[in-house]
Design a protein around this ligand. Structure first.
Ligand code: FPP
Length: 245
């Protein structure tokens, strides 16, 4: 961690927490065992991100596609989310962490929605790390929702079609008010974005690691940050232009 350049940290890190099922299978256990161990990694990574000084951390906990998993796994995951949130909120609040949920939350069971609302309300005034949990989320769902919201505003005459630009579009996304992630991490060897933050990841550095999510710890996060700091971010410019800035 001493080798990190604290002046060049990303403000926002997004993570696809993958590999719980495969990790559990390797232990001869069922998939939910992997998800339960995944929660330990969530805790460690949230602690590490707050300690390092990351301002926003988005975790992909459940995609809209995950609803199609076996009913037993979906129910088990919902129970795990509700129990974990209820258990962790006091600690998160104590550490000044603000919890936000993004996704098609209307699809969640009533009990889960109540737990999320309670967690959001309790931590709303906190000013430290913003922890964004993507639940029942997909990038395409979010883009279609944004298009609908903008179309409605245009139909009502609240906005001119010609005035629609990237900033207006971003204001209609679930991530309104958050900076785009500069770093996206995916665990467990898969090299895909899988419908995650499709608009916001336009210029993110992508970091893929073989480490499975239940084994991901602070040192893995630091390794990703060191790799991020070794890359040159050009945003479509030339290397010479970037070095002049
Ligand atoms: C992907 O691994 C993981 C998930 C679909 C669930 C992730 C959820 C957690 C880690 C719990 C987080 C809890 C909170 C409160 C944020 P996979 O099942 O796709 O693994 P596989 O690819 O090896 O099958």
């Amino acid at each position: 961690m001493e080798t990190l350049d604290m002046k060049r940290l990303p403000k926002h890190i997004a993570i696809i927490m993958d590999g719980n099922g495969r990790w559990a299978k390797d232990q001869g256990q069922d998939r939910l065992f992997g998800h339960y161990h995944g929660v330990i990694s969530v805790r460690r990574v949230v602690e590490a991100a707050a300690e390092i000084g990351i301002q926003y951390l988005t975790l992909y906990a459940f995609s809209t596609e995950n609803w199609d998993r076996p009913a037993e796994e979906v129910t088990g995951l919902m129970t795990l989310f509700v129990d974990t949130i209820a258990k962790e909120v006091p600690d998160l609040h104590q550490n000044n962490i603000k919890l936000v949920f993004i996704g098609n939350l209307g699809m969640l069971p009533e009990e889960a929605r109540a737990a999320l609302k309670n967690a959001t309300d309790q931590t709303a005034q906190n000013t430290g790390l913003t922890l964004i949990i993507a639940l029942s989320y997909s990038g395409r769902w979010e883009l279609v929702e944004a298009a609908k919201k903008i179309a409605e505003k245009a139909l009502m005459g609240a906005i001119e079609v010609e005035a629609i630009d990237e900033s207006i579009f971003a204001e209609n996304l679930a991530t309104k008010g958050f900076p785009d992630p500069e770093l996206m991490i995916r665990t467990s060897g898969e090299c895909r974005i899988s419908n995650f933050l499709l608009y916001q990841l336009a210029y993110a550095e992508l970091y893929f690691t073989e480490t499975r999510w239940p084994e991901f710890r602070k040192e893995n996060l630091v390794a990703a940050l060191l790799e991020y700091q070794s890359r040159e971010r050009r945003f479509g410019k030339t290397s010479a232009q970037i070095q002049q800035i």
